[in-house]
Ligand binder design. Sequence first.
Ligand SMILES: Nc1ncnc2c1ncn2[C@@H]1O[C@H](COP(=O)(O)OP(=O)(O)OP(=O)(O)O)[C@@H](O)[C@H]1O
Length: 303
Amino acid sequence: MTDQTAAVEAVDLRMRYGFRSGTVLDGCSFRLPAGSISALVGPNGAGKSTLLAIAAGLRRPTGGTVRLLGGVPGENRERVAFVAQNKPLYPQLTVAGTLRLGAELNPGRWDQDAAENIAYGGGAEPKAAVRKLSGGQRTRVALALAFGKRPELMLLDEPMADLDPLARHQLTGALMAQAAEHGTSIVMSSHVVAELESCCDHLLLLSSGRVQLGGTCDEIVEAHSRLTGTGEDFGSHEVVEEQGSGRGRTALVRPDGKPDTGVWDVEQPSLEEIFLAHLRNPAAPALVTGSVAPATSAREAAI
Ligand SMILES: Nc1ncnc2c1ncn2[C@@H]1O[C@H](COP(=O)(O)OP(=O)(O)OP(=O)(O)O)[C@@H](O)[C@H]1O
C-alpha cells in the first residue's frame, strides 16, 4: 500500500433507500488516509451506518463513488473487517466456536491471541453460548472476530456502544495499538465525541447528508475560537453559533485573521463544544480541511 492510498475515499456519494424515502447521503466527499484512526460522528439518522454499509459493500449507493484501499467495496473482503451496529453473530455457537469459525474463514491470517484477548477480556467463558452473553460481551466477541482477522482496514459501527467505561478504555487502547503496530486503518462511528479526541487522528461530522466538519482533531479545534465581549458585530469572522450573555455577546466563530483582543476575550473551545455547536446549527458553513479532502478536490484546489 502506498502512502497515497486512502483507507476510504468517497466522491459525491449519494444515497436514498427508495423513491418515497428522503435523501440520506447528499454528495458526501472525503478521503480518510490509510494507517490512521478516523471517527464518523453525527446525529441519529445522519447516515453513519449507511455510509459504513456502503463502504463494506453491503449496500449500493444511489450515486457517486467510494473506494477502499484503492479498490471498490466488496472487492477486497479478506483485507477488510466490518462490525455492524447490531453485531450479528450465530447465537447457538459458543464463544470458542465463534473464534474457531473466524479462524476457518480467515486461513493464513487469523491471530488467535488477538481474538482471545478481546473476546475473553470481559469475563466471557470459552464454552458460553453466544445467546447467553450480555450485550457488552457479545460486542467483544464481534470485535474479536475483527481483530483476529488482522485486516488492513476495520469498519466499526458504534463499537463502544454496549461497553462499560473500563471496557471502552481497554478497547480504545487495543484499537490504538492495532493502528500503531500493524498500520491498520480504522474507521469507526461513535456518539461520544469526548472519547474520540484522545484516540482519533481524523474526524468527520456528518449532518444533513454531507460532511459538515472534516479534518484532524487539531485542525478542527484550531480553526475555531470562542469570542466573548461587547463588540458591535463579529465582522468577517464566520459565525457558527451566537448567544447573548451577561457580559455581552458570545459566539463560536471560525476567525478570519486574529480577533481583536481589545474588543473580544478569545478562548479555545473544546472539540465537543465545536461539534455541539455545529449539530445545533446544521446551516453553519462546512469545514473540510485538506487532510480529509478527496484527491480530486485537493487537485482542483491546487490549480
Ligand atoms: N434499510 C433501510 N430502509 C429505509 N431507510 C433506512 C434503512 N436504513 C436506514 N434508513 C434511514 O436512513 C437514515 C440514516 O440511517 P443510518 O442508520 O444510516 O443513520 P445513523 O447516522 O447510523 O444513525 P444512528 O446514530 O441512529 O445509528 C435514517 O433516516 C433511516 O431511517
